[in-house]
Ligand binder design. Structure first.
Ligand SMILES: NC(=O)c1ccc[n+]([C@@H]2O[C@H](COP(=O)([O-])OP(=O)(O)OC[C@H]3O[C@@H](n4cnc5c(N)ncnc54)[C@H](OP(=O)(O)O)[C@@H]3O)[C@@H](O)[C@H]2O)c1
Length: 281
């Protein structure tokens, strides 16, 4: 027998404080839910809008109906804007007394269209949020993350990228070149941050989802032929589900993921490898 320390806490987040950007819906809300269910004491969700059926307030209300001891709190911020990230840092500091263990950079934007008429603003929007925003979140929250970080229990940065960061998923009429490029940058950012921040007891990893139904993805899912078409194409015969993102996020944020640093975990059912099914050999 081997002496595995605290195996019963391996996938737990008891007492941890997390910030999830883009936490008001979609993958961010699944992540915030999972963190609270895994024992986090506080999960702060951030997005631009407080009000409305997809705003922060309704998400916080739902999260605080979970039968757990942890609490959800919402703070609105545009994380494509550096000044607003600075304000978010100050507000998180006030809210948590300066303790932050887990930063999930999940908020992202996409744009699709034909190559030559691509409006310049679309590239700027995508790069400002998916690349510069993620860099500035990591940079400006490092001081807080390093306070509670320990060699045996590092703080965590998790960047939500996309399998589009390692493949060329869409060209032509609905091309997503700059989105794909921005996600490739996010992958490499996590490798850079892994080496920069590892010695400060902060790990950085990337989660790269395939298609999960969401406001951001639903338009493209329809353009590509609808959910059934994409399920048929996928080796697992389905799209991503909330539990899929929950499992990977809790793994990376918990003691089980403490030695994983600079990795990207593709979460797509293996569909990025599926070209071989068309082989005529
Ligand atoms: N769903 C998929 O199939 C899929 C696949 C691959 C990768 N991803 C990635 O997963 C992440 C989440 O996507 P999702 O599908 O869950 O999208 P979603 O349902 O549209 O949610 C996006 C979230 O980000 C927030 N947000 C958008 N722009 C923001 C900004 N400038 N500042 C702060 N918050 C902002 C949104 O709230 P507000 O609009 O109120 O700001 C919302 O909370 C993205 O990085 C995306 O690229 C998703």
């Amino acid at each position: 027998m081997s002496d595995l320390k605290n195996f019963d806490r391996m996938f737990r987040l008891d007492g941890k404080v997390a910030l999830v950007t883009g936490g008001s819906r979609g993958l961010g809300l699944h992540t915030a839910t999972a963190f609270l269910l895994a024992g986090a004491s506080k999960v702060i969700i951030s997005a631009r809008k407080n009000e409305g059926p997809q705003g922060i307030n309704q998400a916080v209300e739902k999260l605080n109906k979970l039968n757990v001891s942890g609490k959800a709190v919402g703070i609105a911020a545009n994380v494509a804007d550096t000044k607003d990230i600075e304000r978010l840092v100050e507000e998180v500091e006030k809210e948590t007394g300066g303790k932050l263990d887990i930063l999930v950079c999940n908020a992202g934007a996409t744009w699709g269209g034909p190559f030559e008429p691509t409006p310049d603003w679309s590239s700027q929007k995508v790069l400002d949020l998916n690349v510069r925003g993620v860099f500035n979140l990591a940079r400006l929250f490092t001081s807080m993350l390093s306070k509670s970080a320990r060699p045996e229990d590092p703080s965590r940065i998790i960047i939500v990228s996309s399998v589009a960061g390692t493949t060329v998923p869409h060209v032509g009429e609905h091309g997503t070149i700059m989105y794909s490029v921005s996600k490739a940058a996010a992958h490499h950012m996590s490798r850079q941050l892994a080496v920069e921040l590892g010695p400060r007891n902060i790990t950085t990893n990337t989660v790269a989802p395939g298609f999960f139904p969401s406001k951001l993805a639903n338009g493209l899912i329809e353009i590509l032929g609808g959910e059934q078409e994409l399920k048929d194409w996928n080796p697992r015969k389905r799209l991503g589900e909330p539990e899929d993102i929950a499992g990977v996020m809790v793994y990376l944020a918990s003691p089980a993921g403490a030695y994983v640093n600079g990795e990207d975990i593709a979460l797509d059912g293996g569909v990025r490898y599926a070209q071989g099914r068309q082989s005529k050999l």
